[in-house]
Ligand binder design. Structure first.
Ligand code: ADP
Length: 156
């Protein structure tokens, strides 16, 4: 069985993430979507809230498993026997950000393979940063985040 890890902050999960994960299912039998804690980032949502949004989004998808971790991504992958890391690229600046991380990850664990999918033009403009601005100013989230997240945010 081919398993990939899709690590991220998901602060919050967006339809851009969902699109990459769904396309990833054509390549992998199972995708573990894992909320990590990046020590350089300040989050709008707690880890528990981000996890809850992921769980609500993928509740009915048996090939997607939601987890959280607070260690190196490659360490989490190694412990769970996951040989692939899936990432999404929206732009050249995403590649500039991803490339050194990929090199370090492969240095730390040479058995890991990093697979990047290019975003679709329809969702490539979506970022969690922009979504957080829309949330702060109470704009419409339709077309930006999964419906399950919209529901959950209305409850928060
Ligand atoms: P991180 O803090 O690890 O960058 P993010 O939640 O911001 O976590 O992103 C996780 C992954 O999803 C990254 O590979 C990022 O490039 C990708 N991603 C984010 N938004 C999109 C999008 N709209 N289209 C495609 N990939 C995306």
């Amino acid at each position: 069985m081919r398993i990939a890890l899709f690590p991220g902050s998901f602060d919050p999960i967006t339809l851009g993430h969902v699109e990459i994960i769904e396309r990833g299912l054509a390549l992998f039998d199972k995708i573990v979507v894992a909320v990590g804690t990046n020590s350089q980032k300040k989050y709008m949502f707690s880890e528990a809230e981000r996890l809850q949004m992921l769980q609500a989004t993928f509740a009915h998808q048996p090939h997607i498993q939601v987890e959280s971790y607070s260690e190196l991504t490659v360490e989490f992958a190694r412990k769970n026997n996951i040989p692939f890391i899936l990432r999404g690229l929206r732009s050249p600046s995403d590649l500039e950000y991803e490339q050194p991380i990929a090199y370090i990850n492969q240095h730390l664990n040479p058995n890991i393979e990093i697979v990047c999918l290019l975003s679709k033009p329809e969702t490539g403009h979506i970022s969690s940063t922009i979504v957080r601005e829309v949330i702060r100013y109470k704009g419409s989230l339709a077309g930006l985040v999964p419906d399950a997240v919209i529901k959950q945010l209305n409850l928060l």
